[in-house]
Design a protein around this ligand. Structure first.
Ligand SMILES: [Zn+2]
Length: 131
């Protein structure tokens, strides 16, 4: 496995961990690491609320990247209680496509860290509804 995936895993692991913020908000059940084209790793955790105010870990990490002046994604990795991770949800996929409509298909996503299964966003989202 490329070292960068291990670095991303370690970065996500560092912020991973469920915690209760209030009677209405929990976070950290899922953590994500996004590698930008510049080579910097940005992390985010999921935030769950009793209504729809929360956010997925992936989008939180992407927003962290945008907040820090970057906008191009190279790789995405997620840690969840389920060891096989799984791919990002439809909303997270849609955000990545809209951020990079010309090149989103090249974004590499770790689907299963233990078995080193990597897919591109193009494989996960072959026919974009606008494109
Ligand atoms: Zn999502």
């Amino acid at each position: 496995m490329e070292q960068i995936w291990k670095d991303m895993y370690d970065a996500a692991k560092a912020v991973f961990g469920a915690r209760k913020i209030s009677d209405y908000v929990t976070c950290g059940e899922v953590a994500a690491a996004v590698l930008s084209k510049s080579g910097k790793i940005y992390t985010g955790v999921c935030i769950d609320t009793c209504s729809t105010l929360g956010i997925c870990a992936e989008r939180n990490a992407i927003f962290n990247m945008i907040t820090n002046g970057e906008q191009e994604i190279d790789k995405v990795l997620c840690i969840s209680p389920n060891p096989s991770n799984g791919g990002p949800c439809g909303a997270c996929r849609e955000l990545m496509v809209q951020l990079m409509p010309e090149s989103y298909k090249d974004i590499r996503i770790m689907i299963d860290y233990e078995n080193e299964r990597i897919m591109t966003l193009g494989e996960l989202t072959p026919e974009w509804w606008i494109g």
